[in-house]
Write a protein that binds this ligand. Structure first.
Ligand code: IPE
Ligand code: MG
Length: 228
């Protein structure tokens, strides 16, 4: 979800205002994903690197997160959504963690769209953590180096149990991955749009999915094999 700051600048307003406007884009996208029966939607809300932004902006983003959780939980409940968080959540302020966990807890028995919030997340952090845990388990003789394969590795990622994304959408005309799910997007289709995040709506999600549906996913095989 990129482009809040530029959206704000174009509208002659503060970056915080841009982030606030981004909430409507989240609401519409989550709603749209639920409507068309998507199972999993991961939102990259705040990266490990975003902690280096000016303190006031980080505080404003944390405040908005709490506000959005409070304002949206009823709606998420109504729409049968569950929420899960991936990232270094230990870095989050205590009151944010509490709000987040009470929201997750309230939604836990829902059966519809599963929203994954990437918060204080970076892929290099996640992979490093996985390696650390694997090394610890090997040292404790819980696993042997010969057991290590991609299936086992995935169990140590924060996305364990979550299917790899089929489609990755990045807004705001930036052609970068920015440390997001590097392992998991090995075979994801990438979609870039010039739209700034606060202008993104469910119709833009549908457009991205329509584009995705025209792609041929070969997973290293040939067209003929896929057709067969
Ligand atoms: C995305 O918008 C929101 C977060 C990263 C939290 P940006 O704040 O990165 O917006 P730009 O890139 O400055 O336009
Ligand atoms: Mg940005």
């Amino acid at each position: 979800m990129d482009g809040n700051g530029r959206w704000a600048a174009r509208h002659g307003n503060t970056r915080t205002f841009g982030h606030e406007q981004g909430i409507e884009a989240v609401r519409s996208t989550v709603e749209g994903a639920g409507e068309i029966g998507i199972s999993w939607l991961t939102l990259f809300a705040f990266s490990t690197e975003n902690w280096s932004r000016p303190r006031e902006e980080v505080e404003a983003l944390m405040g908005l997160l709490v506000y959005a959780i409070e304002a949206e939980t009823d709606n998420l409940m109504k729409n049968n959504v569950t929420v899960r968080v991936i990232g270094d959540t230990g870095m989050l302020p205590g009151h944010v963690k509490e709000k987040l966990h009470s929201c997750i807890d309230r939604l836990k028995n829902n059966t519809g769209l599963k929203v994954v919030l990437a918060l204080s997340y970076s892929s290099k952090w996640e992979i490093t953590e996985a390696v650390r845990k694997i090394a610890a388990d090997a040292c404790a003789s819980k696993i042997s180096p010969a057991d290590i394969n991609s299936e086992l590795f995935e169990k140590y990622l924060s996305t364990a149990g979550i299917p790899d994304p089929e489609l990755l959408i990045r807004t705001s005309g930036e052609y970068r991955i920015s440390n997001f799910l590097l392992w998991q997007i090995a075979y994801s289709e990438l979609y870039f749009t010039e739209k700034l995040w606060p202008d993104f709506r469910k119709e833009d999600l549908f457009e991205a999915i329509a584009d995705f549906q025209c792609r041929e996913r070969r997973f290293g095989m040939t067209s003929e094999q896929i057709a067969g």
